[in-house]
Design a protein around this ligand. Structure first.
Ligand SMILES: CC(C)(COP(=O)(O)OP(=O)(O)OC[C@H]1O[C@@H](n2cnc3c(N)ncnc32)[C@H](O)[C@@H]1OP(=O)(O)O)[C@@H](O)C(=O)NCCC(=O)NCCSC(=O)C[C@@](O)(CC(=O)O)C(=O)O
Ligand SMILES: [Mg+2]
Length: 299
């Protein structure tokens, strides 16, 4: 498996490749990933210029370990093939396929990525893929998309285009996105890939943003697409295990190991019933805390 397939991706911040001022130093905000956009943030007559800036940014800027995802234009446009060549030539870590609808869409992109890796002398298989689902058809096909390629790290809900296709609007209540969210997270978990929630565009409503972030964390998402650096700290706070969760998870792992050796299946930790079903969740909390740099223990 590619070493970065399962890396921590709580915050994935979009930035417009048309704006050199944005792409030159976004690592200062410490998102887990940046998403350099060639798609909808870039005006139709600026696609070549955006690709040019992207290539030089990928080649020349040290992003200090922040994952460099590039969002390419959809397969129904004249742009995506050249987008892929530039991403691979520049050395992007991951390509986000806009408006993905089927497993075949991912496989088509994969073929072109492989051809570009050969053309530009990049290691074969080094470029990862993620799929943005932005239509009812795409969301309904979530499971086949999740199972389409070994390069695929996960799926992302794109609420703006999705609600347009659903013929509704984003209300902030989450009602209109609930079905897609639930369906996508189940598909991702069934296939063993990651899943990210859509952007929250009202930058003046930080309270609403935090509420939504807490809700999608509870639903099981791995993180969220973002549009602004102000949103990063909130997502990291919500998605990083707190000290008391880490202490409890450590106790659960130790107690289950200990009781298993003694032939005991069910018992309590801090007054809560625990059995083997809690083991993986506790391990996941510790792995996430370790990846986020807040846990140095051995478990
Ligand atoms: C919204 C706004 C213009 C506001 O700007 P403002 O300048 O008013 O913001 P301020 O907070 O004042 O900025 C304070 C400081 O941060 C800097 N700064 C701001 N944003 C930064 C950033 N992103 N990266 C690095 N730096 C940044 C800024 O330069 C300033 O730096 P400085 O001057 O030095 O202090 C800006 O954020 C922005 O452009 N966002 C990204 C928009 C974008 O890419 N949209 C496309 C993707 S969504 C889509 O397509 C829909 C979707 O497809 C989604 C899906 O797929 O999920 C679907 O279907 O739903
Ligand atoms: Mg979109």
């Amino acid at each position: 498996m590619h070493p970065n397939k399962k890396r921590l991706r709580r915050s994935m911040m979009f930035l417009n490749c048309q704006k050199p001022g944005l792409i030159k130093d976004p690592y200062i905000y410490k998102p887990d990933s940046i998403m350099l956009d060639l798609e909808d943030a870039v005006a139709e007559n600026q696609k070549d210029a955006a690709r040019y800036s992207l290539f030089h940014a990928l080649q020349e800027i040290d992003y200090h370990g922040v994952e460099r995802v590039v969002r390419i234009n959809g397969l129904d446009t004249p742009h995506w093939k050249e987008d892929i060549r530039v991403c691979v030539a520049g050395g992007a870590d991951t390509i986000r396929i806009a408006k993905t609808e089927t497993a075949q869409d991912v496989r088509t992109v994969e073929e072109h990525v492989l051809a570009a890796e050969r053309e530009f002398g990049r290691p074969e298989g080094s470029t990862l893929l993620m799929a943005a689902l932005e239509s009812c058809k795409g969301v309904l096909n979530a499971l086949e998309v999740c199972q389409s390629s070994d390069r695929l790290i996960g799926i992302a809900l794109s609420g703006g285009d999705y609600t347009k296709d659903l013929q509704t609007t984003i209300t902030g209540t989450g009602v209109e996105l609930m079905g897609a969210r639930q369906h996508m997270i189940m598909a991702a978990r069934a296939a063993g890939v990651q899943c990210w929630d859509t952007v929250f565009t009202n930058l003046d409503d930080m309270e609403g943003f935090e509420k939504e972030t807490r809700m999608i964390k509870l639903m099981g998402f791995d993180g969220k697409s973002l549009v602004n650096p102000r949103q990063i700290a909130v997502v990291h706070k919500v998605f990083t295990p707190a000290e008391k969760e880490i202490v409890f998870a450590e106790k659960v792992v130790r107690e289950i190991d200990d009781k298993k050796a003694k032939g005991i299946g069910v018992f309590t930790v801090d007054g809560k019933m625990i059995d083997i079903a809690f083991y993986d969740g506790a391990k996941r909390t510790l792995a996430m805390a370790k990846a986020a740099g807040v846990y140095k223990g051995e478990l």
